[in-house]
Design a protein around this ligand. Sequence first.
Ligand code: DC
Length: 231
Amino acid sequence: MRKITIAIDGYSSCGKSTMAKQLAKKLGYIYVDTGAMYRSVTLYALRRGLFAEDGTVDADTLKSEMGNISISFKVNAQTGQPDTYLNDELVEGEIRTLRVSNHVSPIAALPFVREAMVAKQRQMGLEKGVVMDGRDIGTTVFPDAELKIFVTASPEVRAQRRYDELKAKGADADYDAVLRNVQERDYIDTHREVSPLCKADDAVVLDNSEMTIEEQDQWLMKEYCRVCGNK
Ligand code: DC
């Protein structure tokens, strides 16, 4: 069966990574979480003390040290999903912390960081058979991807999902604060100078505000079959 490249872009907290992981598993494709790569560079910069008090980053030093940063993914035998490694150290948990989330935007806006990550992402997708999720996959990384999906849901629905997740983890969450954070991240992602989040002209929109997981899975498989011609 012919292998294709599947690009999944969209807003934060839309469930992109969950759907991309499941789709990759079903198709026997490789899943690449590009957000994890920007998060890993952020963790490196935090550990090196490259952030000033006001949240700005020492870009010159980071640029000179980009050669020291190696990011890789290895499949976790227990979960069957890829874990993220920074210079061969497992950082899957640490890159998901609030500390990293709060510092990642300025890192993801640095042109030399994006250039290095995009080159690595293209290399990982060279053989096709890949589901890659991010913000600029269909527009910049793989403009020729056979299937491009742009995921969206209303800010209120996404905030509610995130709020429920935090509550389920036992965290102290405030819905209005979560909603503000979702709206702020949308603004930053769509107004960034380099590779802002935008729908590729040939991407299909998936608004999952009112969809169940099963409906979403069916929708994804239908799109995959439409492109590949397999039923
Ligand atoms: O998807 P995520 O929340 O893990 O992404 C983390 C950050 O990285 C987020 O601020 C958006 C940014 N990002 C990006 O700029 N380009 C990508 N391809 C993926 C993520």
